[in-house]
Design a protein around this ligand. Structure first.
Ligand code: HEC
Ligand code: HEC
Length: 392
């Protein structure tokens, strides 16, 4: 489905207009402008008149309009794009009605809706790095003084555990203590960033965000023996210092961006890393429910991971405070409606392996049988529920 695929690539770019409505500064309380009255007269009043108004929203008087504004209900339908029910308002109509909303501070409260800013560095003396200036300023405001600098050995231990998750070796410690050059710390940091353990350490954080697990979760919780290429993709990405935008695009659309490329193709494991109900049902409604749950898992994870936004609640209703409507939710969901759980062969780099010969198969048949046997007993034990494989 080429249509769906190109929209998947677009999505990372086009997901942000949700927030735009909140960022538009609105005028303070005023009587409705003639433009707003015109829109209400032509598009709303047929259902929201004086007698028996729909949803108990009477838009026939200034007081009624003010009530719809102050209760937040007008803003809600504008954000949801749900009124009038038959069509979407044009941009101009929408703007005329939004002008009725009370003024908001330019920056919405929720951090994830604020534009990225580059705040000026506080002027603090005796600071080596601009980030320290922010810390020093906050400490000063609270009347706290900083601790003395860490000892050499404490610093080495901390930086090594931070970047690789494991303590420094005796040899690394001795080398650092003996290094009295001005770049001794820089040398350590460069060595740690170049270590494969750096990617392994950092990948854990993203794999948590991506709700990665090597089993389906849910009732049966079957093992996913082939989930690891995604894990390795994340590790490789950190070790290669890949730009964030590329990292995200590959995970949303790696099947197109990485066609034929075994380094990138596994990135889409991100979309299907979540729990997956594998219990088949005879009832069509239940099967559809399972599918809806899978898609919700994908959409909610994309929201939480790359937008810093929990959007799963909009599966059932507009969010009460954030600008996420049910319509937005299903628009996003539609982008992923072609995604399914499944396995695919990774293209092998270089020559493909030769087909095993009959001779080889005959000579190794016992080994294959043993492997099968081990796989089978391992599976039976791990499903027994009384301990990990091999403990019984
Ligand atoms: C065809 C009839 C119809 C038209 C036209 C219509 N509405 Fe509604 N409206 C309804 C109904 C029915 C409800 C109550 C049920 C609902 O919320 O969906 C409602 C509810 C509302 C609510 C309350 C929603 C809430 O979440 O509390 C607001 C505010 C509103 N409409 C504003 C408008 C505005 C503004 C227009 C014009 C741009 C408009 N409506 C046009 C039928 C209509
Ligand atoms: C499976 C469907 C579903 C999901 C998912 C869901 N809700 Fe609801 N929610 C409902 C229903 C149904 C109501 C009752 C609506 C009503 O009374 O009109 C409701 C009502 C609410 C209300 C009260 C609304 C009011 O105006 O009084 C809040 C707040 C709310 N939900 C928040 C959330 C949050 C936060 C989440 C996500 C963590 C969430 N909901 C997820 C179905 C859902």
């Amino acid at each position: 489905m080429p249509g769906m695929r190109s929209s998947m690539v677009m999505m990372a770019v086009s997901a942000f207009p949700f927030a735009v409505g909140l960022l538009v500064p609105a005028k303070a309380d005023q009587p409705p402008s003639s433009n707003a009255r015109k829109v209400i007269g032509s598009s709303c009043i047929s259902c929201h008149g004086k007698t028996n108004p729909a949803g108990n929203i009477d838009l026939s008087s200034d007081t009624g309009i003010q009530r719809a504004v102050s209760s937040g209900r007008l803003e809600r339908v504008l954000n949801a794009g749900s009124m009038p029910p038959s069509r979407r308002l044009t941009k101009t109509e929408d703007a005329s009605l939004r002008a009725l909303l009370p003024a908001k501070s330019a920056a919405p409260a929720l951090w994830s809706l604020r534009p990225v800013s580059n705040p000026p560095v506080p002027k603090v003396s005796g600071i080596k790095h601009p980030i320290d200036a922010f810390i020093a300023k906050s400490l000063k405001a609270k009347g706290i003084t900083a601790n003395p600098p860490a000892t050499k050995i404490a610093w080495l231990r901390r930086i090594t555990v931070d970047l690789t998750g494991i303590p420094p070796t005796v040899g690394e410690t001795a080398a650092y203590l003996a290094d009295s050059t001005a770049t001794s710390r820089q040398n350590v940091i460069d060595r740690l960033l170049a270590s494969p353990a750096y990617g392994e350490r950092m990948a854990r954080l993203w794999l948590d965000v991506a709700r990665f697990g090597e089993s389906h979760g849910y009732e049966q919780n079957h093992i996913r023996p082939n989930a690891w290429p995604y894990r390795d993709y994340v590790i490789r990405s950190f070790n290669a210092d890949k730009p964030y935008s590329e990292f995200i695009q590959e995970q949303l659309a790696g099947d197109i961006l990485g066609k034929g490329n075994p380094d990138i193709l596994p990135a889409t494991g991100f979309l299907v890393a979540g729990i997956h109900d594998t219990v088949p049902s005879q009832v069509e409604e239940a099967t559809r429910q399972q599918r809806a749950n899978d898609l919700e898992d994908i959409v909610a994870t994309v929201g939480a991971s790359v937008m810093g936004f929990t959007i799963g609640c909009a599966r059932c209703h507009d969010h009460k405070f954030d600008p996420i409507s049910q319509r937005d939710f299903y628009a996003l969901e539609a982008l992923f409606s072609g995604v399914n759980h499944g396995e695919t062969d990774l293209p092998r780099p270089g020559k493909s392996l030769p087909k095993p010969s009959r001779d080889w198969l005959a000579q190794t048949v016992n080994v294959h049988n043993q492997v099968q046997q081990l796989r089978f007993t391992g599976r039976v034990k791990s499903q027994g529920g009384s301990g990990p494989p091999g403990t019984q």
